[in-house]
Design a protein around this ligand. Structure first.
Ligand code: GDP
Ligand code: NA
Ligand code: MG
Length: 363
């Protein structure tokens, strides 16, 4: 792993440990500012625009509930942790710390069950996040957040306020300047009506932290194409637009797996008369690479402030642990200790490799 990969991995683990601590010290200023200093990626868009499908493709595993209508009803904070080659991948929920999932269809079921546990088997939503970590050699270190889709009207079984409730929930994530926005718009709808663009434009007017993603290119009317959008002519962002072809509902029903889906997506772009010339900059694999590169540059730029925050945290953690008295039996103490160890590791790697005016000197 490169130094940046190690640092980003540590940032991820610090975030996760802060989350676990949330149950005990969620209001603690040190941890909320630590969390806010660390970047994450959230998907924003209308209902059924393909948000969950895009996240799944980035991860390269099938594990999210997807489908028509309101399927995602609680925020899912998903942390990807890169493992060394050859290690067995697994998933773990914060609410089930003693269980490692190696069967990803059970992960999907647990997300559904845990959603229902809070909201009932309804069409209601809850702002209480589900926290899931995936450990795998095939992922990049990233924190991704899946969110319910923006909607306009309440359907049967939903309160009248649902559209506003969802928007408030989505905003609570994307308002933060450290949040990278994946603005998902379906290509078979006019971009001028995109909920994703409308909201991201409000919270990120310069388009500095917004990645425009155009899904459902395969569902456009014959004889039309999305070149104006993909080439940034319809709506300009600082980052390039990425076109995506996810699995259709028929593919999902036929259990088309991720590997085949990615292959079909690659073929779609490579053979497309409209998009062939853009093929190397399209698709979910390219999007994943683009995001991790961006994340790396964000973290690189923030390293001085993250480092000083981490040093401050180390001091506060040490005094908090002294106050608790060591060894500490309760979970909160153990969690504080974990954070302290991770912060120290970050500081050590930073000093060894990046400190001393050589910000490019990694590896
Ligand atoms: P979300 O509600 O935004 O999370 O959207 P989902 O990922 O659950 O997808 C909604 C539906 O659209 C599912 O039936 C997907 O199979 C379908 N879908 C998503 N993206 C595409 C795409 O690029 N092409 C096709 N044909 N269908 C898609
Ligand atoms: Na949906
Ligand atoms: Mg969804």
């Amino acid at each position: 792993m490169t130094t940046m990969e190690s640092l980003i991995g540590l940032v991820n683990r610090i975030q996760m440990a802060c989350t676990a601590l949330g149950d005990y010290g969620g209001e603690d200023q040190t941890f909320s500012s630590l969390w806010d200093a660390l970047p994450s990626v959230a998907v924003v868009g209308g209902q059924s625009s393909g948000k969950s499908s895009v996240l799944e493709s980035i991860v390269g595993r099938d594990f999210l509930p997807r489908g028509s209508g309101i399927v995602t009803r609680r925020p899912l904070v998903l942390q990807l942790h890169k493992m060394d080659e050859g290690q067995q991948e697994y998933a773990e929920f914060a609410h089930l710390p003693d269980r490692q999932f190696t069967d990803f269809s059970l992960v999907r079921k647990e997300i559904q069950d845990e959603t229902d546990r809070v909201t009932g088997k309804t069409k209601q939503i809850s702002p209480v996040p589900i926290h899931l970590s995936i450990y795998s050699p095939n992922v990049v270190n990233l924190t991704l957040i899946d969110l319910p889709g923006l909607t306009k009207v309440a359907i049967e079984g939903q309160p009248e306020s649902i559209a506003q409730d969802i928007e408030t929930m989505v905003r609570s994530f994307v308002d933060k300047p450290n949040c990278i926005i994946l603005a998902i718009s379906p290509a078979n709808q006019d971009i001028a009506t995109s909920d994703a663009i409308k909201l991201s434009r409000e919270v990120d007017p310069m388009g500095e932290r917004t990645f425009g993603v155009l899904t459902k290119l395969d569902l456009m009317d014959k004889g039309t194409n999305a070149l104006d959008v993909l080439e940034g002519k319809s709506y300009r962002l600082q980052h390039p637009w990425v076109g995506i072809v996810n699995r259709s509902q028929a593919d999902i029903n036929r259990n088309v797996d991720m590997i085949l889906a990615r292959q079909k997506e690659r073929e779609y772009f490579a053979t497309s008369p409209d998009y062939g010339h853009l093929a190397s900059k399209m698709g979910s694999e390219y999007l994943a690479k683009l995001l991790s590169k961006h994340l790396e540059s964000v973290i690189r730029a923030r390293i001085p402030s993250i480092t000083s925050l981490i040093n401050k945290s180390i001091e506060e953690l040490e005094s908090e642990l002294d106050h608790l008295g060591r060894p500490v039996a309760i979970d909160a103490g153990a969690q504080l200790y974990t954070i302290l160890e991770l912060c120290r590791a970050f500081d050590r790697i930073f000093k060894q490799h990046l400190d001393g005016g050589r910000p490019g000197g990694d590896r």
